[in-house]
Design a protein around this ligand. Structure first.
Ligand code: FCB
Length: 479
């Protein structure tokens, strides 16, 4: 659709002060179950693909696993008070599917539901809006063994799980997100294999794309049916802002836009896959998994679109000579996540960079929001994740002076304010992340929290960025 790709923007001051985010604009923080909860074997929880992946030697930095993580499962009260202390309007968390259905099918595990019920009640008691994501990548291992997301049946299992959760929490959760970043689940999980379940099969990745879309549509309809009237239903996509990097740049940008953005925006919001996606991938799959009626099931009315944004990519078509660079921000692999577009070259980005090696480009967030606002003018947007990893150190005096993160958040919040000035209906911003946590294949090395976690003691320390964000939430104004 070309709507969320970007070229250079006129220079702007992304460190200006004074921008105002009056309520009901939501200033929140986000986490995900496997990244913070720990308690991997408790209260009947089953295993997910991330348990298997992280316990496979060599796949996660430092051999780290989510077994203990930030121990949030046992520190719920303390963490709720922490959120309250930061003055958050909203908290975005995910529900662990294997806590609810340990084997991916069958009745709900009451103890699993109870945990989320306590979480939701604890948020509501503190005046914090719960924003619940059903799927942030922790597929029950049994469902992967049966075929995983490349298998159509998984979408129907997901809808069943959605129904169980809606029946238990749908009276109290006002905002749902079906799936977090289906892009990563499909292409990194089944294409390049740098995320669970670690498969490297392009055709399987595209089948996963379709069944994640189908799962989204079925779950969205189920949530709508089985939650309180007025409940908001959404999905979170990580928008790729692709910049033209020279030879064949426009072609490369269009390929990336179709494969990364259009593959989800198209069916979910327009009821069709982009033509270009089908042709770009025709040598990989015949798309026979796409059945009559599927697009209607996927194309459900949504109340908002969640946008995750971190950085940009710069692309051109590889001319076949020399070494092809693959600086797409993801862990290198023998296989590509860019299924059918292996000929796209990802050029090194201009800095500055975060500790992930991701470039800092707030103007691209503004462009993404404006692009989406123009393409879907009636759909409110929410930035459901934005933030940065830096090599934080706690000083002997006990503070964490993460000025780099404050600078990053400041710039991106100004980008949000600028997008709103340009007419975008942006309703909220969630910092990634509330707490330092298990950063997938990077383990605990990468710290994204506005709250520091000492993994030896599980002590929480609000970083300077957390204090900065709390001030914003209190004053509603970038100071
Ligand atoms: C996003 C994920 C989130 C976190 C951030 C850094 O892609 O949704 O879980 O890992 O990246």
């Amino acid at each position: 659709m070309g709507a969320v790709t970007s070229g250079p923007e006129p220079a702007a001051d992304y460190l200006r002060t004074g921008d105002v985010f009056e309520r009901p604009f939501l200033l929140g923080a986000a986490t995900a179950a496997y990244q913070i909860e720990g308690a991997a074997d408790e209260d009947g929880r089953g295993r997910s693909i991330w348990d298997t992946y992280s316990h496979t030697p060599g796949l996660v930095a430092g051999g780290d696993t989510g077994d203990v993580a930030a121990d949030h499962y046992h520190r719920l009260g303390e963490d709720l008070d922490l959120m309250n202390g930061l003055g958050l309007d909203a908290y975005r968390f995910s529900i662990s599917w294997p806590r609810i259905q340990p084997g991916g099918t069958g009745p709900a595990n009451r103890r699993g539901l109870d945990f989320y019920s306590r979480l939701v009640d604890g948020l509501l008691e503190r005046g914090i809006t719960p924003v619940a994501t059903l799927y942030h990548w922790d597929l029950p291992q049994e469902l992967e063994d049966a075929g995983g997301w490349p298998l159509r049946d998984t979408a129907y299992r997901f809808a069943e799980y959605a129904g169980l959760v809606a029946d238990a929490l749908g009276d109290r959760v006002p905002m749902w997100t079906t799936i977090n970043e289906p892009w990563a689940a499909a292409y990194l999980g089944y294409g390049s294999g740098v995320m669970a379940p670690g498969r490297t099969d392009g055709a399987a990745a595209l089948a996963a794309v379709h069944h994640l879309n189908l799962g989204h549509g079925l779950a969205a309809a189920t949530l709508r049916e089985r939650s309180a009237p007025g409940t908001s239903v959404s999905v979170t996509l990580n928008m790729h802002a692709a910049r033209d990097g020279g030879d064949g740049g426009p072609e490369a940008v269009e390929r990336v836009d179709a494969l990364a953005n259009g593959a989800f925006l198209g069916p979910m919001l327009r009821g069709a896959y982009p033509e270009r996606l089908l042709t770009d991938t025709q040598d990989v799959t015949d798309w026979s998994f796409l059945r009559d009626g599927d697009l209607d099931l996927i194309h459900q009315p949504l109340d908002s679109l969640g946008v995750n944004f971190y950085s940009t990519v710069t692309v051109r078509m590889w001319d076949g000579t020399g070494e092809k660079t693959s600086a797409d921000g993801h862990k290198p692999s023998t296989a590509t996540p860019w299924v059918g577009s292996e000929s796209v070259e990802f050029l090194p980005q201009p800095g500055p960079f975060t500790a992930m090696g991701w470039n800092i480009a707030p103007e691209a967030l503004e462009q993404v929001l404006v692009g989406l606002g123009n393409a879907f003018p009636d759909l409110p947007l929410i930035v459901t994740e934005n933030g940065a990893a830096f090599d934080d150190r706690r000083t002997p005096a006990g503070g964490v002076h993460d000025t780099g993160r404050i600078d990053y958040l400041h710039r991106h919040l100004v980008a949000c304010a600028r997008a709103r000035e340009r007419g975008v209906d942006l309703r909220g911003y969630f910092v990634w992340s509330l707490l330092d946590n298990f950063e997938w294949a990077h383990g605990y090395e990468k710290r994204f929290g506005v709250v520091h976690v000492d993994y030896d003691t599980q002590r929480r320390t609000v970083k300077d960025s957390g204090h900065w964000y709390a001030q914003l939430a209190r004053t509603r104004r970038i100071g």
